[in-house]
Design a protein around this ligand. Structure first.
Ligand code: NAP
Length: 281
């Protein structure tokens, strides 16, 4: 059992957490607890390992347990959407929830903060989505949240994925978005201003799935992967003069929005960002 520094957890302490399977690798407890410390809140945020198939049950139990709310990670995001009494527009459109808030009347509100977290990261890079052609690689949960938010921000979106049906379904989330075949990547990279990797490519050191010589200084490259801190895609983008950022911005951005939903307070962004392992940033 690991030893912790002493802290004043009492019967009054509010509890929040993250449910997932697995959940031990999650950075959310470090990020949220740093925010509570920064603001002197009597809150604690814990990992709640919930086995696949029991997400619905776990979420319905939150009000009875007096838990303030939870973040939700794989594989429970769609079960969480089913378990909530009400969904925000983003969560309803995605059929997925990453934040559940227990409201004062005990009902459950589900939201999805991944896409808005991503948009915040894009704006810190100086990108105006409404003026950009944005290529999204992948059509899974992260890609769908990103495409939805980009559509709301009036970006011109191109989605490329290895499964044609998944690319088409993701593209339907944004007005005017195009779905493309994975084999079209070279042409798409040449046409776009921003490249977003929303696949796990690079987590294991895999090279970009297109010729890196196609990347130039005019590109902004955002990798949703944050471990390793610099994927081969980011390394080559920087070497070729592009602006490049890993997934820490999106991770902290979605956590900040979840913090505000849960506590009603503005998030201490810098404290939350500093809580992420420097090896990851
Ligand atoms: P997901 O739902 O499983 O979707 C993964 C997507 O990547 C699918 O479209 C999948 O295609 C595609 N893919 C996987 N391996 C591929 C390969 N070798 N070549 C081409 N396409 C491939 O996963 P997710 O939740 O969207 O997560 C995707 C990545 O986003 C993760 O690696 C994670 O690091 C990152 N992420 C970051 C944050 C953040 O806050 N920074 C948040 C969420 C996710 P198929 O359907 O054909 O398999």
């Amino acid at each position: 059992m690991s030893k912790l520094s002493p802290r004043n957890i009492t019967a009054h302490t509010r509890v929040a957490g993250v449910i997932g399977d697995p959940v031990a690798h999650s950075l959310s407890p470090a990020i949220h607890n740093a925010a509570y410390r920064a603001l002197g809140l009597d809150w604690v945020y814990v990992g709640l390992p919930v086995p696949a198939g029991r997400g619905h049950e776990a979420i319905r139990a939150l009000p009875a347990l007096g838990i303030a709310g939870v973040n939700v990670t794989m594989p429970h995001k769609s079960d969480a959407a089913d378990a909530c009494d009400a969904l925000t527009g983003d969560a309803a459109a995605l059929g997925a929830v990453n934040t559940v808030v227990v409201r004062p009347d005990g009902s459950l509100l589900g939201d999805s903060t991944d896409g808005a977290g991503f948009l915040g990261s894009l704006s810190r890079l100086g990108v105006d989505p409404a003026a950009a052609r944005i290529l999204v690689l992948g059509a899974g949960g992260a890609a769908r949240a990103i495409v939805l938010s980009l559509g709301r921000a009036r970006a011109r979106v191109m989605v490329a994925a290895r499964r044609e049906g998944a690319a088409a379904a993701a593209a339907e989330l944004a007005t005017g978005a195009e779905a493309h075949d994975w084999s079209d990547l070279a042409t798409l990279v040449a046409r776009c201003d921003v490249i977003v990797n929303a696949t796990p490519i690079g987590m294991g050191g895999e090279p970009p799935p297109f010729d890196p010589a196609l990347i130039g200084p005019r590109h902004v490259v955002v990798d949703t992967v944050y471990h390793p801190a610099e994927t081969p895609l980011l390394a080559v983008a920087r070497a070729r003069g592009a602006t490049a950022e890993n997934g820490v911005g999106m991770l902290v951005g979605q956590a900040a929005l979840a913090f505000t939903l849960l506590t009603g307070l503005d998030a201490p962004l810098e404290a939350m960002r500093r809580a992420v392992d420097p090896g990851v940033i």
